[in-house]
Design a protein around this ligand. Structure first.
Ligand code: FES
Length: 103
């Protein structure tokens, strides 16, 4: 799975604080999470356990909890403390104009 190239996804305001949204970037589905401190994280959007939608998961501290079977994934690394394969993690930031920039 290759890293997406630098791309503006939209404005950060499209993601409510404490939630995630999924974006299609090339062939990839990328889940972007906006934490309550205003920072953003980006992971592969598809849970490797059984394909659950990680963007719909609850954020619990430093992890997102898959809504289907509650496996967790670190928001920074994509590693799974509950023993699943990792999901990819991507660099993402908010620029001075409030645009969400992946890559
Ligand atoms: S599909 Fe994500 S934990 Fe099962």
């Amino acid at each position: 799975m290759s890293a997406p190239t630098r791309q503006v996804l939209g404005t950060v305001d499209e993601i409510p604080l404490g939630e995630g949204r999924v974006y299609t970037v090339g062939e990839e589905q990328v889940a972007v999470f906006r934490l309550t401190d205003g920072s953003v994280r980006a992971l592969g959007a598809v849970c490797p356990h059984a394909g659950g939608p990680l963007a719909d998961g609850l954020i619990d501290g430093s992890v997102v909890v898959c809504p289907l079977h509650n496996n967790t994934f670190e928001l920074t690394t994509g590693c799974s403390p509950t023993g699943q394969p990792s999901v990819p993690s991507y660099p993402v930031h908010v620029d001075a104009d409030g645009q969400l920039v992946l890559g």
